[in-house]
Design a protein around this ligand. Structure first.
Ligand SMILES: Nc1ncnc2c1ncn2[C@@H]1O[C@H](COP(=O)(O)OP(=O)(O)O)[C@@H](O)[C@H]1O
Ligand SMILES: [Mg+2]
Length: 268
């Protein structure tokens, strides 16, 4: 289970200074301003759920995922994943989760994909039988075969994300965090990714929190969505409810999302 209570993250950023000697002033006496990336959010996600976390660029999606995976320490509030506090119980926490950032690989750049997977196997102490079974399943469902022997730097974006997904799941985590996994991926690879993630959720009962600003992702994959804008949650509920509330039965989901942002007032 994932629980987040009044969770906040504020980044301190250097403020550009004006006037004469601006650069020098910034160096000698930097001024900071605070940016509230996540501004007091609450939600609970039960085991086995698959939830879409949607919002425009800069809404606070990645910051949330980073706090849930223990990469960032919250400024305030509570976060609990599978009974652990991510940034405090890091080691144990990492055993229970898999994370994929669509824009950044967690694999070794110059190393063949299969070697990366083997390194992870050792790191997570995955036994041989389980490794073989997972490798077989992921190779089949994600069609990894053609590029298992290639280093990550030679892969297309779609192939790279597929390799990253396999890597994130090799140790059978209970929970999977996906940050824009389909961004920039071509249509066919996208479809394969969607099917795979859906299957992992359905067949293995893996809890999935997926950020996206791809409306088709949402429609095809999730029943529940959380909409975030300027660090605050605007909607948390079913896709159906989202439609009813904002547009009626046959409204276009893309229009609906636009409407929500307008209603939210703020832009990040
Ligand atoms: N490391 C950082 N330092 C300062 N500001 C940041 C940093 N990372 C993100 N931000 C800012 O925090 C806000 C939320 O960013 P982010 O969580 O990446 O949004 P999203 O993933 O929804 O696009 C944005 O205004 C962004 O510019
Ligand atoms: Mg992001």
């Amino acid at each position: 289970m994932i629980t987040v209570k009044n969770l906040r993250k504020t980044y301190k950023i250097a403020k550009p200074q004006e006037g004469r000697f601006a650069t020098l002033k910034s160096l000698v006496r930097p001024r900071y301003e605070e940016r509230r990336a996540v501004d007091g959010i609450d939600f609970t996600i039960n085991d086995g759920e698959m939830v879409g976390y949607i919002g425009q660029n800069g809404a606070g999606k990645s910051t949330t995922i980073k706090m849930l995976s223990g990469i960032l320490v919250p400024t305030a509030g509570e976060v609990s994943v599978n009974g652990l506090t991510p940034h405090k119980d890091r080691r144990e926490h990492l055993r229970g989760i898999g994370v994929v950032f669509g824009q950044k690989t967690s694999l070794w750049w110059d190393v063949p994909v299969i070697d990366s997977l083997n390194i992870l196997k050792e790191m997570y102490r995955v036994d041989d039988a389980r490794f073989r079974k997972n490798l077989e399943m992921f190779t089949d469902l994600l069609d990894l075969g053609p590029f298992l022997e290639q280093p990550v730097r030679q892969l297309s974006l779609g192939q790279r994300v597929r390799a990253d997904l396999a890597a994130a799941l090799m140790h059978d985590p209970k929970t999977l965090f996906l940050d824009e996994p389909t961004i920039g991926v071509d249509v066919i690879a996208k479809e394969r990714l969607r099917e795979f993630i859906t299957e992992i959720n359905r067949e293995r009962g893996v809890t999935v929190l997926l950020t996206t600003h791809d409306v088709v992702d949402m429609e095809k994959m999730v029943k529940r969505v959380i909409v975030i804008n300027a660090g605050q949650i605007l909607y948390d509920g079913s896709m159906l409810g989202l439609r009813e509330r904002y547009g009626g039965e046959d409204a276009d989901i893309e229009d609906i999302v636009r409407e929500i942002y307008r209603e939210g007032g703020k832009t990040a």
